[in-house]
Design a protein around this ligand. Structure first.
Ligand SMILES: Cc1cc2nc3c(=O)[nH]c(=O)nc-3n(C[C@H](O)[C@H](O)[C@H](O)COP(=O)(O)O)c2cc1C
Length: 402
């Protein structure tokens, strides 16, 4: 039998420690988020349904995304104990330059639609943290404005080649002139993916003011207030509107071939990465055509559904390329342990897309910074628990896919 008694006031006093009041509402909101998944939930509450779904959703049955995430869940780390892991080096060479962490921010279109601080917030965090940020051709901030807003950030430019090649050439020249050091050509969009959530939600870009959106405005007043009281939401490089699928189909070229990769190689002076490679054979072909890196990706599951799982392609691609080019990977990364696993399998770095967008929707720049901090802490902790002192030490001996 447990003997009960009344607690003494002197015992209660030290337990009464109310959390200090945080004046800033955003900081208050972000304070308790412990993971990217937590930030996603905050993002969902704060953002109109159609906008959140545009970001969160994928194509068709969303199997590509689900399977990519499931592959990260299949990772089994192989730790080794009794090593001095008091100091951890998280830095990594990515495409010829040292980054503070083994990841970069992936290109996302319409970023200011998620939250109006948009690309500038992401580039500013990239600059502070020391990782690259990629601006999309579908971005909502111009090439030059973004570079000016984060002059010390390492910026990459993601290119969609348009039917009119002269337009692509112009963008490439502008990116080079503005100091972007890497060009990422996306090749998995010969046609727009069937994003069923967008169809059902009637998503138009920019969002249309209809009765439905008006009612939504009452539920997400902050989002609408931001949208209507900051610079207009426009496509910085793309003078078009409509549904995302319509825009892709109108502007992007289904006749893109390897000859275009060769042409870009001759046009672009910096590093060239091909994004959306989904087989070892294609990786070999694009590297033969002059690419410095391949990004194994199925576009976050937003294009072909039931596509190959990028994480599973890392090891065979690294082996086949034999050091001739770097292998990067994205799709489905939700924590720093995922990034460690990708590097251990041979990737030079991973890219994250939705993870930082959830942070952006949850709290603007502060939310993106929170995501970067969560990922950094995850990477450090995972290395320590693996018994490894630096990212560069990671190898296939540290991980297997169950
Ligand atoms: C809202 C959104 C917009 C995107 N826009 C682009 C784009 O304009 N160009 C591009 O190459 N990839 C784009 N992507 C794909 C990302 O670059 C990246 O491949 C993908 O998000 C990685 O998967 P993850 O979101 O699971 O990290 C977009 C992804 C999202 C979620």
């Amino acid at each position: 039998m447990v003997q009960r008694r009344l607690p003494r006031p002197s015992e209660l006093a030290p337990l009464l420690r109310p959390a200090p009041f945080v004046r800033d509402a955003t900081a208050r909101r972000l304070r308790r988020a412990a993971s990217v998944a937590d930030l996603r939930l905050i993002a969902r509450r704060r953002t109109p349904r159609a906008v959140f779904d545009y970001c969160d959703g994928a194509a068709d049955g969303e199997q590509s995304l689900r399977r990519a995430r499931a592959a990260f869940a299949r990772v089994e780390f192989q730790p080794s104990v009794l090593h001095d892991v008091s100091t951890i080096d998280t830095s990594r060479d990515i495409l010829g330059k040292r980054a503070a962490l083994p990841f970069a921010f992936a290109p996302t279109g319409f970023t200011r639609m998620m939250q109006t601080e948009g690309e500038r917030a992401v580039a500013s965090v990239a600059q502070e943290v020391g990782v690259p940020h990629t601006l999309s051709t579908m971005g909502t901030t111009t090439i030059e404005d973004l570079a000016a807003s984060a002059p010390d950030a390492r910026l990459w430019f993601q290119l969609y080649l348009w039917r009119d090649r002269s337009f692509g050439k112009d963008l490439v020249q502008r990116a080079a002139a503005a100091g972007y050091d890497t060009l990422m050509l996306t090749v998995d969009t010969p046609s727009g993916g069937a994003r069923l959530r967008d169809v059902r939600n009637g998503l138009a870009i920019p969002p249309a003011l209809t009765l439905k959106t008006f009612v939504d405005g009452a539920m997400h007043p902050n989002w609408w207030f931001d949208l209507l009281t900051t610079e207009p939401l426009t496509f910085a490089t793309l003078a078009a509107g409509g549904t995302p699928e319509e825009m892709i189909n109108r502007v992007f070229d289904p006749a893109l071939t390897m000859a275009d990769v060769e042409w870009l190689r001759d046009t672009w002076p910096g590093k060239l990465v091909i994004k959306g490679v989904q087989s070892v054979d294609d990786a070999l072909r694009v590297v033969d055509a002059g690419a410095d890196g391949v990004l194994l990706s199925n576009h976050g599951g937003r294009q072909l559904d039931r596509a190959p799982v990028p994480l599973e392609l890392v090891e065979p691609t690294v082996q086949a390329l034999g050091g001739r080019a770097e292998v990067l990977v994205d799709t489905g990364i939700t924590n720093g342990g995922d990034i460690v696993a990708a590097v251990a399998l041979g990737a030079s770095a991973a890219l994250v897309g939705r993870a930082y967008l959830y942070g952006l929707m949850a709290g603007g720049r502060a939310g993106v910074a929170k995501v970067a901090e969560i990922l950094r802490a995850d990477v450090v902790r995972t290395l320590q628990l693996l018994g490894v002192t630096s990212v560069d030490e990671l190898g296939p001996q540290h991980v297997r896919l169950r």
